[in-house]
Design a protein around this ligand. Structure first.
Ligand code: ADP
Length: 594
């Protein structure tokens, strides 16, 4: 008996010890400005001595392409430093803030005193030695154009180093809606769509007020369909013909959709390719500062700053500049803007933090020629808090309308992006609502172009939903009678309406199903700086020109850093086409020395 009792006692003591040593987990949530209420949910596990044992982000509803890196890095740092006061991830400050807030919320929910854990720990970063590297081709920027160029250069036999200043690949391209305008000339589908490569060419030039260079535009549209096939050969998945649609400001249903959300499919594909080859070296957190030239003025490499502040010299036979645009650089956009009057910091932007025009500065130092720098594109589709494209409930042009704060339509929602944005600036508070019905969201759980469902957006307070238009108007804070009358009038032009086939009072011609099928949805939007269409002068081989009209040898550029393709106004769906088409060409030219 005694023996049994002592065994039981020993077991009980062991159990208590185990219990005393048990970790405790707490969950918390945070509202991020991008993702809205409950955008981030975390679980924090503390060891029995109160130290941080694990942090996991269980849910992050922020923009795909932004949220992955902070969700991985911040928890790891918190555990490593045993502090919840760690640095934000560059380019993802809002998501970072949401993770910090959710962690704090978790601990406070559990009644944990966070004073000690809030202590900021010094992270000592030892400066790595300066180094000199060699490659056939060095590419500056790991966005859409840069990675297309890197892969194309490798396919043409070159060894490649890509430098990217941010901690991740993707640039603006990964945040884009993902659509690619492309026509397979004379195919059955093109004929059915009344479309052709020439019509795409004409609309691109006309949509940019004939300021685009016809040769560059022809290169864009002629190679567009093949560009999609090239990404398919690399392994990228695309939706079929049934998903082809008209992007806002795209003017025609010729936009193909990747299978993965937003621009993420490109980078999933490109990085898998890069991982498999040993001929492309991708260096993140590495900022190009200067393009090197030899005695003859030909480009021969770059100087960059590495992650620890060390200097990295890369000698190369040719250099591809793919640094993107400057929509996040307020002083540059104010200095160049020729369209809007003011683009000060009050005007938000869709762009990622790294879109600061570094390429412009590096190329200016070489007396490169710049074209149409004043052509800056705004969209009427920004999130009212952040300017981001995410949260946009629309799918395609023909199924939605824009109404102002009085509940009235005010322009052609199928028109050019600059016209739509000008119209929006003229409305009260430059704010409008996109209104649509459940033809697009039969259950509310269908995804928009950014991987969000209408129901999630409603839950997050970023959209409203109601069974009747009167209830919707109340949630929007607009006059109900105006909204009902506006939609009644609009529906007359839609499929089955008494005025079907006619243009309406605003000149709109793209109409789909009427808005008459509840529940109804509305989401608010504001003007936002989107794309800088001016840039360095290139030719159809992506060779860069100087101010005297001469080629700068061994120097190539592609993507948003270049100018002269889109004129005054870029068609929706042409930007990603541009990155793949010209990225591929720049890579080939750089590898083969064209
Ligand atoms: P594009 O559509 O033309 O490819 P993106 O915005 O997608 O443009 O990509 C441009 C990339 O270039 C971004 O990832 C950006 O961070 C990167 N970048 C910009 N300036 C530099 C620089 N000085 N050094 C390295 N990378 C840079």
């Amino acid at each position: 008996m005694k023996k049994i009792l002592s065994v039981i006692l020993a077991l009980a003591l062991m159990m208590t010890a185990v219990l005393a040593m048990a970790d405790t987990s707490y969950t918390g949530t945070a509202d991020s400005q991008i993702g809205g209420v409950g955008a981030v949910t975390v679980t924090v596990t503390l060891a029995d001595d109160g130290s941080i044992k694990a942090v996991t982000v269980d849910e992050c509803k922020d923009t795909p392409g932004i949220c992955e890196l902070p969700c991985e890095k911040i928890p790891a740092q918190m555990v490593e430093l045993n502090s919840i006061n760690v640095d934000s991830v560059a380019g993802a400050t809002l998501t970072s803030d949401a993770i910090f807030a959710a962690v704090k919320n978790a601990l406070e929910n559990g009644g944990v005193d966070t004073t000690a854990l809030m202590e900021k720990k010094e992270v000592v970063v030892e400066k790595a030695a300066d180094e000199t590297l060699e490659a056939d081709v060095v590419v500056i920027g790991a966005g859409g154009a840069g990675l297309a160029a890197a892969i194309s250069a490798e396919q043409n036999g070159a060894s490649v180093i890509v430098v990217e200043k941010m901690p991740k690949v993707g640039g603006n391209t990964i945040l884009a809606g993902g659509a690619v305008n492309a026509v397979e000339d004379r195919s059955e589908f093109a004929v059915k769509q009344n479309d052709s490569v020439y019509w795409h060419y004409w609309q691109t030039l006309n949509g940019g007020d004939w300021q685009g260079d016809p040769e560059l535009v022809m290169t864009l549209v002629e190679n567009a369909y093949d560009a999609i096939q090239w990404t398919k050969e690399l392994g990228m998945e695309w939706l079929g013909e049934e998903a082809v649609f008209t992007v806002s400001g795209g003017l025609w249903p010729r936009a193909w959709k990747p299978a993965m959300v937003a621009g993420t499919g490109f980078f999933d594909t490109y990085t898998k390719y890069i991982d498999k080859t040993d001929k492309i070296d991708l260096m993140l957190n590495t900022k190009a500062e200067k393009i090197l030239t030899d005695d003859t003025g030909a480009a021969c490499g770059i100087i960059a700053t590495g992650e620890t502040g060390n200097t990295i010299t890369i000698n190369a036979k040719s250099v591809v500049v793919a640094t993107g645009g400057f929509a996040k650089n307020v002083s540059l956009r104010m200095a160049y803007d020729a369209i809007w009057g003011t683009l000060d910091e009050k005007v938000l932007s869709t762009n990622h933090e790294g879109a600061t025009g570094d390429g412009v500065k590096m190329l200016q130092a070489l007396q490169a020629d710049f074209v149409q720098m004043g052509n800056i594109q705004l969209l009427p589709l920004g999130d009212p808090k952040t300017g981001s494209l995410s949260g946009n409930i629309e799918h395609g042009v023909d199924s939605r309308i824009f109404v102002n704060k009085s509940g009235l339509r005010y322009g052609d929602e199928g028109g050019r992006r600059d016209d739509m944005t000008r119209d929006l600036f003229a409305q009260e508070d430059a704010l409008m609502w996109i209104v649509m019905d459940s033809d697009t969201y039969p259950t509310g759980d269908e995804l928009n172009n950014f991987g969000e469902t209408a129901n999630q957006l409603v839950e997050a307070g970023r959209a409203v939903k109601a069974d009747t238009l009167e209830e919707l108007a109340a949630l929007m804070g607009v006059d109900a009678a105006n909204l009902v009358a506006t939609i009644d009038e609009y529906n007359k032009y839609c499929i089955g309406g008494e005025l079907e086939g006619q243009a309406d009072q605003f000149g709109r011609t793209l109409f789909g199903q009427p808005i008459d099928n509840g529940p109804f949805y509305a989401g608010a939007r504001v003007p936002t700086v989107h794309h800088t269409m001016g840039g360095v002068r290139i030719d159809t081989l992506c060779r860069v020109y100087n101010e005297n009209g001469e080629i700068i040898e061994n120097l190539y550029a592609a993507g948003e850093v270049t100018g002269g393709i889109h004129g005054t106004n870029r068609l929706g769906g042409n930007a990603l086409t541009d990155t793949v088409v010209f990225g591929r060409i720049a890579g080939e030219s750089a590898a083969t020395g064209k």
